[in-house]
Design a protein around this ligand. Sequence first.
Ligand code: BGC
Length: 265
Amino acid sequence: MAAEKSRAVGIDIGGTGIKGGIVDLEKGELISDRIKVSTPSGAEPKDVLDAVRSVLDTLEVADSDYPLGVAFPAIVKNGRTLSAANVSDKWIDFPAEEFFEEGLGRDIHFANDADVAGVAEMRFGAAKGVDGLTILTTLGTGIGSAVIYNNVLIPNSELGHLQRAKHGKDAEAYAAYSAMERDELSWEAWAERLQWYYSHVEFLFSPDLFIVGGGVSKHADKFLHLLELRTPIVPAVHRNNAGIIGAAALSLGVEPDLEETVTGQ
Ligand code: BGC
């Protein structure tokens, strides 16, 4: 398939699902179906690579020259994954970008999943033109975070791993959407956990805006109004597609600063 300059493919690897799509980067919209496969159990590198390949095949872009951005749920520094909260430990200190490039036979652009969701919302969504400090959190299998100050992303913030004093669990184990499912919580009961989380982050950072992404952001009307914060809190405009759109945006060369901003490279 011949690539058009303003189009790119984004793949968003999560702890539960691997999603992908072709994105129009002028509009910041998906122009293909959104393809999703389950993250293979154990999320070992080879199995994740196979799953990414199957998403590219279904999108019919495996051999295209569309730029490709891949987002991953771990700290990403200089192309290496440095942590593994909801994936195999093999990803710790692993040359992930090189591994995907070799396995897919093409160049990719590689970054943290929440950071690219932040980029998507900064370019095309709720953080567009917002001055000051925006904190985007994704509520999914884990909690991811993107910290954006005056339209510059500070990468790898990992605010899902804030520790809960006395409770022995980190924030995501207690307040991610997966915790709501695991503990069969009502929206109200989950909102109490979110109240603790966002109050704590608000106290630490005094942000100007919170954005909530992840799959559950499509149900924002069920829980956001239950939170009492000084900071405005809104759903991601691109909901759970922000990761795909941001990964694709990262791959396009027209904004040279963007990749630098996201990956520190
Ligand atoms: C990981 C983050 C990731 C988040 C959301 C956390 O467990 O440590 O890197 O952004 O999950 O996927």
